[in-house]
Design a protein around this ligand. Structure first.
Ligand code: IVH
Length: 659
């Protein structure tokens, strides 16, 4: 398609979309060799070089991360423009500095013609085939558009997409991506576009290259507005400000919410708003004088692994954790970083003594992403072997450890005999979304378990003043507060209680489903695996975990004691008898329907008994796909899940009425 097109791309696009629409309407006509079934094109041998019509320059980076970095830029701009103190403040557009891969998109007569990487700024690589698989990039522009338009922006991977992608890879024992930036860059430079298409990429537009047929633009702000109008995603966090103080305020306000952003940024960018002033300022050594990048503390740092510890989680999962030479990364000092599991540790080949790259971004726990191999000392430890390392025993309780077939994790078999599991189980029981016992933190649980006064959650309700005041750092006042919080926690809900039990594979959502479905704890406790699997989202693994948990006499005893201590909730009949037309059906929504908002679709489905979930799996019954449907649609096709367009969806709702 790329090397020797038989028809123009624009024509191809049109035909392709027509075919897609037809197939959506008449799924029986869809054949496996239809072009719509091939998300990317044929693998390439190499990328073709592309000479940029307008060079893709980089911007000067202000590495002084204090306010001074912003002030210095404003001072420079004013000096270059020959402005005095009495002249008015300069208007700037402040933007985020996205941490991905810069791309130039070339549109001719409104159609995407070519996408190229930056390369050395003069010549990049033709990555059109891969870029076309990014759903957020318009293949044709909306409304009136210039005859030639080059749009510049950043291809990136959102943090959640990156985490999910890696989680899936880890589960399957496949290599993970180092960070979202490498994820984006690696996917775009992937020669097989079908593989590239499987990576969840997104795009933000922030500037222009060559333009013919749009002469009268005057500010950068106007450019961003127009980019949005043509159909490009433009990040909302941009702002027009005045003077140095405006820049400083923007830098600070973004820093405060950096962790909450859905994607990585490594700084902010300031651009002089007036295009006339930009022209006047011009360039110096291939960098514009009218723009600067103002950085934030790095989210990746290099440090040394002092040791590898193994932590025991609530369900006995053994996680290797790198003990690090403390390092300032992503705004805090980090001295522990997860290595996830044995396979990951081996694949990255992390050894004691190694120099490693540590990443901490957003509120995700810090992780070791890679080893700097050429800095490995001669005395570095051996390749990581969890079993050998622990001599086959849990480091906390000495019970045997096992790694079941098909599982990525080793586990301690000690159950609640293991103090580590006990502590984690207690912390989980008391956590906010479980029984919400305020004040029962890490240190306290540690002491209670060490001293031996608490070993199960039921023991918490036997605590009295005398036992508590003897503990370290526990005055009479905090002891009273804690007892009060414990007393308070006795009134709860069934869903919270089920979640608090800490059953393996039962998170908050499953706990809610179970509570709603069974209505009472006794119903749930007596349900067998087959009965449990009647719930739409409960598969064999979850069913087995639940049944095994309640079969364990020790667990039944703890539950008995909790209830005897007064822990209670309102019980009601479950809902198994209430059969609605879509009961047991799972839906996933993607794209937008012209006639209904996403929330309306969700409520409509739920009212008819269906469950609406976020991602497509083999258990999904239907995917409702609207305009601009994303990767979920590809996934649905891959798994042969029925896809409904708006018309088919409306028909389904009508059918519901008649049943
Ligand atoms: S403007 C001439 N704006 O940062 C100005 N760049 O060296 C061209 N970047 O490789 C760049 N976010 O990939 C601009 N909002 C933003 C940006 C941004 C990220 C990247 C871009 C470029 C590097 C600047």
């Amino acid at each position: 398609m790329l090397d020797s097109p038989l028809i123009p791309d624009a024509e191809y696009d049109k035909l392709f979309r027509e075919l897609q629409a037809l197939e959506e309407q008449y799924p029986e006509l869809r054949t496996p060799d239809s072009p719509t079934q091939r998300v990317g094109g044929k693998p390439l041998d190499a990328f073709q070089p592309v000479r940029h019509a307008v060079p893709m320059l980089s911007i000067r980076t202000e590495t002084d991360i204090s306010d001074q970095g912003a002030i210095a830029f404003d001072v420079r701009v004013r000096r270059e423009l020959g402005l005095s103190e009495n002249d008015p403040l300069i208007k700037y557009v402040c933007e985020l500095k996205f941490d991905g891969l810069a791309i130039n998109l070339r549109y001719e007569q409104g159609r995407l013609k070519q996408a190229a990487t930056r390369g050395d700024g003069e010549t990049g690589e033709d990555v059109t085939q891969n870029v076309r698989t990014i759903h957020q990039i318009p293949l044709s522009l909306q409304g009136d558009c210039p005859s030639i338009l080059e749009v510049r922006g950043e291809v990136y991977m959102a943090r959640r997409d990156f985490e999910r992608y890696n989680e899936r890879q880890r589960e399957q024992g496949l290599p993970t991506l180092v960070n979202p930036r490498n994820g984006a860059a690696g996917s775009i430079r992937q020669l097989d576009s079908a593989l590239a298409a499987r990576r969840p990429l997104k795009f933000f537009a922030y500037g222009l290259g060559e333009v013919q047929g749009w002469e009268w633009r005057t500010t950068h702000e106007e450019v961003l507005g127009q980019l949005g109008a043509w159909g490009f995603p433009v990040n909302r966090e941009h702002k027009v400000v005045q003077g140095a103080q405006g820049l400083v305020n923007f830098h600070r306000s973004i820093e405060a919410k950096r962790d909450q952003l859905p994607f990585d940024i490594d700084g902010v960018v300031y651009k002089v708003n007036s295009l006339a002033l930009q022209e006047k300022l011009g360039f110096v050594s291939r960098e514009p004088r009218w723009a600067v990048a103002h950085k934030y503390p790095a989210e990746e740092q290099v440090t040394v692994v002092r040791d590898i510890d193994i932590q025991v989680g609530r369900t006995g999962k053994l996680t290797p954790v790198a003990k690090l030479e403390p390092v300032f990364v992503g705004g805090t000092t980090v001295s522990n970083a997860t290595l996830h599991n044995e396979d990951e540790t081996r694949r990255k080949d992390v050894r004691v003594g190694d120099t490693v790259i540590v990443r901490r971004a957003g509120d995700v726990i810090p992780e070791v992403v890679a080893v700097v191999l050429d800095q490995r000392p001669t005395h570095a430890g051996e390749i990581f072997d969890l079993y050998k390392r622990l001599h086959g025993k849990c480091p906390v309780c000495g019970s045997a450890i096992v790694r079941e077939e098909g599982e990525a994790d080793w586990r301690c078999t000690g159950g609640l005999f293991c103090p580590a599991q006990r502590k984690q189980a207690l912390l989980h029981f008391a956590s906010r979304r479980a029984l919400d016992i305020e004040g029962l933190g890490d240190k306290l649980v540690e002491q209670l378990v060490e001293v031996g006064i608490v070993s199960t959650s039921a023991d918490l309700y036997k605590l009295g003043m005398s036992a508590l005041v003897d503990l370290e750092r526990m005055g009479a006042k905090s002891a009273l507060n804690l007892l009060d919080a414990i007393e308070h926690s006795k009134q709860t809900t069934l869903a919270r209680f089920i979640y608090a039990l800490g059953i393996r594979n039962v998170g908050e959502t499953t706990a809610k489903d179970l509570a709603r479905h069974f209505g009472s704890l006794d119903n749930l406790m007596t349900a067998d695996e087959a009965r449990l699997q009647q719930l739409p989202d409960v598969g064999p693994i979850v069913a087995q975990s639940v049944a095994a948990f309640f079969a364990e006499p020790h667990n039944r005893e703890v539950i008995f004691q909790l209830r005897a201590a007064g822990v209670q909730w309102a019980e009601h009949e479950g809902e198994p008898v209430r059969e609605l037309p879509l009961s047991g059906k799972t839906f996933v929504l993607t794209g937008t329907l012209p006639s209904m908002s996403r929330d309306e679709v969700k409520v409509t489905l739920e009212e008819r008994g269906a469950k609406v979930v976020g991602s497509v799996s083999k258990k999904t019954d239907y995917v409702v796909a609207g305009a601009e449907a994303g990767s979920k649609l590809d996934k649905a096709r891959e798994l042969n899940v029925t896809v409904l367009d708006e018309q088919q969806f409306t028909q389904l709702l009508k059918d519901c009425e008649s049943t």
